[in-house]
Design a protein. Structure first.
Length: 345
């Protein structure tokens, strides 16, 4: 679960949320299929979990990112398979629909589903049953479906990328999430929440938020929404002095946040001793940050650093995979693996 999921009542102090929360509670009490639409990072999974928690369903909440599953396996992942159904299927396995029995299944980024799988999903919704790959026996379902996407499915239908009949099946109880820039009353409470969370992880307590940082947070347009805010606070908590978080620590304009590029060495420059290199390295911002993290035994350090690096590069390149891979100096297929690992695809 993302850190924002733990925020009580979504930290919804902005009036933009009040009418939405009342509507969500009414939707939760029904059994209707829910379609949650919102920009990337607005908290679509948080909303789905809220609907499940406020419903009468006693089964599990299961979240599946359709964009993170390979096209060759997503059929079996969603609907299950029998032993021998395909190469490598050594035993029978229930799909995510069956795993969510009695509970709620979130299909995130449903706009990424192929037309072939859209047909199968439509049939599941109509018949309330699935048939595993390699089987002819249907399995009855008792699952509440919540679909989420950042794509405008109505436009996707017009472009013939999404089936109209499936869209109408999903669009029973639509929920549109406001972007963070349209709920500015939540920016500072969310920032404080993330400061407390990451402060606890990094061994920092009672870090104050400077006035210039408050102004910077409120002035920023937040194209990446709550996820971008969380990443900005995480980065700032790593680099701040441990007592006050300032605007410079947030690096919202990315000015001065990159490591300096070393100047070319002059010809016939004298060799630098290992001791001198080490002393110079101690002044390097990146080295100082890493040493601080190592000194406080930050949990999941490698994953946290990798996730932050990938997310920041991806955001800096406006979601362009080719540019992001070039910026990071890795092949595009390696970048896609990282994007899926950190739920960015």
């Amino acid at each position: 679960m993302a850190a924002a999921d733990a925020a009580p009542d979504f930290l919804c102090q902005d009036p933009a949320w009040s009418s939405l929360l009342d509507r969500l509670d009414r939707i939760a009490r029904s059994q209707a299929v829910v379609l949650v639409n919102g920009e990337t990072g607005t908290g679509k999974e948080v909303i789905a979990r809220h609907i499940h928690a406020r419903s009468a369903r006693k089964g599990p909440f299961v979240a599946v990112n359709c964009g993170a599953l390979s096209e060759s396996l997503i059929d079996a992942e969603l609907f299950g398979h029998e032993s021998g159904a395909f190469t490598g299927a050594s035993r029978s396995r229930a799909g995510w629909f069956e795993e969510a029995a009695g509970g709620t299944l979130l299909l995130d980024e449903i706009g990424e589903l192929s037309l072939h799988l859209q047909v199968k999903l439509l049939r599941v919704l109509q018949e309330r049953q699935v048939v595993r790959l390699g089987s002819r026996k249907p399995v009855a379902l008792d699952v509440r479906l919540v679909a989420a996407t950042h794509v405008d499915l109505a436009e996707a239908v017009k472009a013939q990328r999404f089936r109209a009949d499936l869209y109408y099946r999903l669009n029973v109880a639509p929920v549109r999430l406001p972007a963070l820039r349209n709920r500015r009353g939540d920016i500072l409470p969310l920032a404080r929440h993330f400061m407390d969370q990451y402060g606890a992880q990094l061994g920092l307590t009672a870090v104050a938020l400077a006035d210039d940082a408050r102004q910077a947070l409120l002035a920023h347009p937040w194209p990446g929404n709550v996820r971008e805010l969380e990443n900005a606070i995480h980065r700032a908590m790593i680099t701040c002095d441990g007592e006050v978080l300032r605007a410079d620590d947030l690096c919202l304009d990315h000015a001065g946040c990159e490591a300096p590029v070393p100047a070319p060495a002059a010809a016939a420059a004298p060799a630098v001793s290992p001791e001198a290199e080490d002393n110079a390295g101690e002044d390097h911002a990146l080295v100082r940050v890493i040493r601080r993290l190592l000194s406080v035994n930050a949990p999941s350090l490698f994953t946290s650093v990798e996730s932050t690096l990938v997310q920041e590069a991806y955001a800096r390149c406006s979601g362009n995979q080719v540019h992001t891979a070039k910026l990071l100096g890795i092949p595009r297929h390696a970048l896609r693996t990282l994007l899926k690992r950190h739920c960015l695809l």
